[in-house]
Design a protein around this ligand. Sequence first.
Ligand code: HEC
Length: 211
Amino acid sequence: MRKQQKRFTIVALLLIMPVALLWLVYFESHSAGFDADYVGSEVCGGCHTQIHPEWQRSPHANMTRKPSEETVVGDFSDGSWMLPQEARRPEVDDQPAAKMYRRDGRYTMALRHPVSNEYVPFEIEHVIGYQYRQVYVTLEAGGVLRRLPLQWSTRRQEFFPYWNLQEGSTPTLEDLWQQMGSLNSRLEPVLRTLSHNSSDDQPQERCAYHC
Ligand code: HEC
């Protein structure tokens, strides 16, 4: 009986140990993953010597780039974007919802704040895509990369609110700001001012216009 128990303990331990080890490795790689930095594609080329030059010759290598005369396809020569007619508040929204401009080689998308009515500039850190549409990414304080709500349609040659188009909703200034999320330090106070009229704990309706 005792002998059997001992054997059972040993077998159980042998079974548990690989699982525990796996869990440790898994857990380790996960937490390490959160702290990881972007290493860049050059690093991959060190090992993947055959596929890397092939990838470099493909359009995929041009997906994420720094903004420059060569890479930016959107109109940043004092371009702007107006809310669709039906979403405009009388008088207030006669001005563009966003202005896109280039100064000293720096590309900026400035979004009008729905409460202060001032344009808040976001410098473009990366552009993603170019063939069909282009996404603009800004670098926030604290190192967070944030996608801006207006993208460029290469086919239509105009800016458009990508997520509103996706869900078939009408964009408003509030909505455009909300789309940038709240997971960061710099935008947090700005986003808080957007929910100034929601005093109760009810979750806010996403559709802010003729729902
Ligand atoms: C230290 C060497 C090394 C580096 C650096 C490295 N890899 Fe790998 N990678 C490997 C090995 C080894 C494999 C497994 C190959 C196999 O089993 O056929 C692999 C497999 C892969 C696969 C799966 C390929 C398949 O056919 O299933 C992908 C995708 C991949 N790596 C992408 C990357 C990317 C992207 C980077 C850079 C961020 C990178 N690797 C950096 C060594 C490396």
